[in-house]
Design a protein around this ligand. Structure first.
Ligand SMILES: Cc1cc2nc3c(=O)[nH]c(=O)nc-3n(C[C@H](O)[C@H](O)[C@H](O)COP(=O)(O)O)c2cc1C
Length: 147
């Protein structure tokens, strides 16, 4: 199965740690969308979009990348790290809404956050993603790629 994960991780590299853990285990191709704006994804069986969450949204570059490059009728998944560890994938709907994609899974974990006033208290979710988060991400990917 050919898989890639398009990601942006601009705050503390939290999301990068998660996607690198998956890539190390499974040999998935990683695309840093802050560096790469266009890529032919037609040959990929499974495409992930991964991002830190900024003001409740996936990174704008992840949205742009999906809008420009995601072909029709693909299997996709979402990975997100955030302070609140919630499902923020709704923010991708505008980007993928017209692509007839099938969302095969979503993974979320906490990510170290020093945005704004949180910096004054040493940040929140310090140490995350931790080893358990990374292991959970690997198991998440094992599950969706076996389907
Ligand atoms: C500008 C900014 C806005 C953020 N907004 C949110 C938010 O709305 N909700 C949330 O749960 N976390 C928020 N966070 C925390 C980040 O989502 C979290 O630290 C994430 O793990 C960062 O991922 P990264 O290191 O891969 O960029 C924000 C962080 C920054 C820097």
């Amino acid at each position: 199965m050919k898989c890639c994960i398009a990601y942006a991780s601009t705050h503390h590299g939290n999301t990068r740690k998660v996607v690198e853990a998956i890539a190390k285990e499974f040999g998935v191709e990683l695309v840093d969308v802050t560096q790469t704006r266009e890529k032919d994804l037609h040959d990929y069986d499974l495409i992930g979009f991964a991002s830190g969450i900024y003001a409740t949204q996936f990174h704008q570059q992840v949205k742009n990348f999906a809008q420009v490059n995601l072909p029709q009728n693909k299997k996709i998944f979402y990975i997100m790290t955030s302070a609140m560890n919630r499902d923020f994938s709704k923010s991708m709907e505008d980007a993928v809404g017209s692509k007839n994609a099938t969302v095969v899974g979503k993974f979320s974990c906490s990510g170290y956050n020093t945005f704004g006033p949180f910096k004054l208290i040493g940040g929140t979710s310090k140490g995350h993603p931790d080893e358990t988060d990374l292991q959970n991400a690997v198991e998440f990917f094992r599950g969706i790629s076996a389907e």
